[in-house]
Structures are given as C-alpha cells and as structure tokens.
Design a protein around this ligand. Sequence first.
Ligand code: FMN
Length: 267
Amino acid sequence: MPPSTTTKATTAPPWSPLFKSHLTSPSNKSKSFTLATVTTTKDGTPVPRSRTCELRGFFPEVFSLHRSAADALEAQGIGRNPDGRFESDMPVFTTDVRMSKLGELGVSGGVVEGVFWLEGVGVQWRVRGRSFVFGGGDNGDEDEEGGRGEVWSGVRVKDQTDQKENDWDWERMVTTYFASHSPVMRGSFRNPPPGQPRSVNPDDLKIGDKVEDLKDPIARKNFRVVVIRPDEVEMLDLSTAPDAVRKRWTVVRDGQEEKWEEMELWP
Ligand SMILES: Cc1cc2nc3c(=O)[nH]c(=O)nc-3n(C[C@H](O)[C@H](O)[C@H](O)COP(=O)(O)O)c2cc1C
C-alpha cells in the first residue's frame, strides 16, 4: 500500500508538460542527463562531482518496460503495481549502491542537480531538488521509510474515480525498475566493485553475467532506485536564439499546498 494519501500533489507543475513534451519529441534521441552532487575532500573542502545517468521515468512510471520483462514480473510471481494510475514530475534513475554517488547523495533528501541537454529540440533543462534512494529491501533503513512519505506526497492519482483497491507495493516498484533493464544491464549489478582497482574483487564476482531472476540476491543487494523531488527547474530554450527563452520555476511549499512561481529571465 502507498504510505499516505493525505498530502497528495493534485496538479502538474507548470514546467512539467513542456519538459515531458521535449523529452518525448521525435527530434530528441536521448534521455540521459548529467547528475551533479556535492561532496567534501578529506580536508573538508566542498567539491562538485558529476556523471551521466539515464532517465528511467517519472516515478512511478517506467519508461521502456519490455514485453519480456512484463511477462517475467508475472511469471516470477511479482506482479505489477496498477499501471497508468499514478503520475508525477519526479525524475528517476537507477544505480549501484557501491558507487561513489550514493555516498554523495548524503542522508535521504540530499541535494542534486540533473542537467538535460536535449540537442534535438535545442533546449537545456536543469532540475534541482532532493534525492531519495530506494531498494534496501525490507531491511531498508529509516531514511528509506521517511523517503517513501516524501516521494509519495509528490505522486498524483490520475484517475480519481478509480476506486480499485490500492494494490501498490514499494518493493514491487523497485523490482519493476530492475526489470526494465536488459538481462545484461541487470547483470552489471553483480559486477566486481565499481570504481575499485581491478586487483580488488573480494567476492570473486565477474563481468558479463545475464540476470533473468528479478530477485537475484547479489544484483538486488546492489541495485537502487533514486527519485529526485524537484524544488527548482530552469529551462533555456536556444531554438529561438538569439532571443533565447530562459525561465525559472521555484516551488513554494506551505503545509499541504504546493505552488510553483515562474520567472522569465534574460538568457
Ligand atoms: C550514457 C550513459 C548512461 C549512464 N547511466 C547511468 C545510470 O543511469 N546510473 C548510473 O549509476 N551510472 C550510469 N552511467 C555511468 C556513470 O556515468 C558513472 O560512470 C558511474 O555511475 C560511476 O559514477 P560515480 O562514481 O560518480 O558514482 C552512465 C554512463 C553513460 C555514459
């Protein structure tokens, strides 16, 4: 069951339809983005870190769940959360818990920025917000539990008249994101430890395994889903250059109310 239905976001933020239309435009060939985090060196100096990640959907929607993956979810007794019933504007990426970025996200709610350069449409989007990590399983820590509430408050019910029983489960959702990877990609979560010297492989893991079992214990121990809850979004539309359009939207949250303020800026 979802944790709470009392603080639901009810309307889409003003930037969201435009962002999604750019992402799904036939001219746009990529859904990867640059994810920036902040960390500190041993002497305490703050330093930036950035890397490319793949947008997997807007929680809890999943881009590209292959037919065979949907079949595997059924065949392996996992099933599906109600499809198409919920939507949001919170970008999702997946990662390996052993990678540096996980530590750099900090405690649940750590700040990140995702930068999308959608070359085909000539638009840059910068999405700033807080990140929430899921996938620790039933033993997921308290952070994860708190994150569920935060993320759920950003999810909208698309069809309010749908009175179906809320057959929704967080672990099943994480498994669905896992299933949306190819068997080879799933296998990468049981690679030797990412970012460690090649001479280090304490668990004697190997590269190139294909994983069909959606509950593969090693891969699932390492697999994580990260949801970004946006606080500020900025668009730079260069398609109209030299008079490029630059807009910034900032959220104002007041109790259960969520309002986005829009400001047009010089480019
Ligand atoms: C096109 C592309 C897509 C990628 N997608 C992801 C992704 O979705 N998640 C991820 O953790 N790493 C992804 N990577 C690898 C990261 O860029 C990075 O090398 C790796 O995650 C280690 O980063 P870290 O040490 O900062 O954690 C991708 C790389 C490329 C080139």
